[in-house]
Design a protein around this ligand. Structure first.
Ligand code: ASP
Length: 292
C-alpha cells in the first residue's frame, strides 16, 4: 500500500510519472479513472486551497469524495484520532487525506496500513502536495531546475511548505538560500541570509514567499506586521525589472508577504500554482490509488 507522507515516499520514476500525468491532465481531462473509489478528507486545521483542490481532483477523476468535519465529529466526544481513522477505513475508504497540527500524525496513521494516507499538511514538518505543485509550476517555466537558484523568504521555521520544498528542491539539484529574520530561521546547514537586499536579488531566479504564521509562535515575534513587511515584503520597488519568478503557497497576506501591485505582476505565479494544484493532485491520486 502506497502512502504520501512526504515526497521521499515517491521513487524518482513515480515523481516523473506524476509530473507527466499532471501535464497531460492539464492539456485534457482524463476519463473517470477513479470511479467507485472513496476518498475522505479529514482536516483538523483550516484550509481553503488544499482541501478544495483535493476534492475537485478526486471528483474530476470520478471518485466519491466525502468530507468529515472534525469539529463536528466524534473526536469532539473523546474518540481518539486512531479510532476515528479506523472507523473511516472500515467504511471502505480507498484513501484518507489528512491535515493535522502534529508532525507525526500522517506517518502514524500510514503505518497502520489500513488505507492509503495522503498528507495534506502536518505541523511544520511536511506538505508534500504543495511541494509537488510548486515543482510542477517551476518545471513548466524553466524546463530543467538543476542549478536554479531559489530564495525561500519568510517564516521558514513554521512552514511545512518550506520543509517539504527544501527536501524536494535539494533532491532535484536546486540551489537554495533561506532569507528570514533570526526568529523565523530554522537550524540547518543551508545558506542563510537575513536581508532581502540587491545582492541577494541579483543572484536568484525564484523567490518563494511564505506567510508569517504567528499562530505557530508561542512568543510574539514582531510588534506589528509593518516592521516585518518593510524588510521582507515582495514589492516591485524591491524586484525592479529583474526576471524573478515569485511563488507563494497561500494564503497571502497582502502587502505583508507580497504587495498588491506585485500580485498582479506577470512574474507572480500564485494563481498558476493554485490551478496546477488540481492537476498535480489528480496525478498524485492516480499514482497512489491506481498505479501502485
Ligand atoms: N497553506 C499553507 C499551509 O497549510 C501555508 C500557510 O498556511 O501559510 O501550510
Amino acid at each position: 500500500m502506497q502512502h504520501l507522507v512526504d515526497t521521499e515516499d515517491l521513487s524518482d520514476i513515480q515523481l516523473a510519472n506524476i509530473i507527466r500525468d499532471a501535464k497531460a491532465f492539464k492539456r485534457q481531462l482524463p476519463p473517470p479513472l477513479l470511479q467507485n473509489r472513496l476518498l475522505i478528507t479529514l482536516f483538523f486545521e483550516n484550509s481553503t486551497r488544499t482541501r478544495s483542490s483535493f476534492e475537485i481532483a478526486g471528483k474530476r477523476l470520478g471518485a466519491t469524495v466525502v468530507h468529515l468535519d472534525p469539529t463536528k465529529s466524534s473526536t469532539k466526544k473523546g474518540e481518539t484520532l486512531g479510532d476515528t481513522f479506523d472507523t473511516l477505513s472500515a467504511m471502505g475508504a480507498d484513501g484518507i487525506i489528512i491535515r493535522h497540527e502534529f508532525n507525526s500524525v500522517p506517518r502514524k496513521l500510514a503505518d497502520k496500513n489500513s488505507t492509503t494516507v495522503i498528507n495534506a499538511g502536518a505541523g511544520n514538518y511536511a506538505h508534500p502536495t504543495q511541494a509537488l505543485l510548486d515543482y510542477f509550476t517551476l518545471l513548466e517555466i524553466f524546463g530543467d531546475l538543476k542549478g536554479k537558484r531559489i530564495a525561500i523568504v519568510g517564516d521558514i521555521v513554521s512552514s511545512r511548505v518550506a520543509s517539504s520544498a527544501i527536501r524536494l528542491f535539494e533532491r532535484v539539484g536546486m540551489d537554495i538560500t533561506l532569507v528570514a529574520p533570526e526568529p523565523f530561521m530554522p537550524n540547518n546547514s543551508l545558506r542563510k541570509c537575513e536581508k532581502l537586499d540587491d545582492e541577494l536579488l541579483d543572484n536568484v531566479d525564484i523567490i518563494m514567499s511564505l506567510r508569517a504564521q504567528l499562530e505557530r509562535h508561542k512568543a510574539p515575534i514582531f510588534e506589528d506586521y509593518d516592521e516585518y513587511a518593510k524588510e521582507y515584503c515582495i514589492t516591485k520597488e524591491r524586484l525592479k525589472d529583474r526576471n524573478i519568478i515569485v511563488l507563494h503557497p497561500g494564503p497571502v497576506m497582502r502587502n505583508i508577504d507580497i504587495s498588491d501591485e506585485m500580485l498582479e505582476d506577470q512574474r507572480c505565479k500564485v494563481l498558476e500554482q493554485v490551478k496546477n494544484g488540481v492537476f498535480i493532485r489528480m496525478a498524485i491520486l492516480k499514482a497512489l490509488l491506481l498505479d501502485s
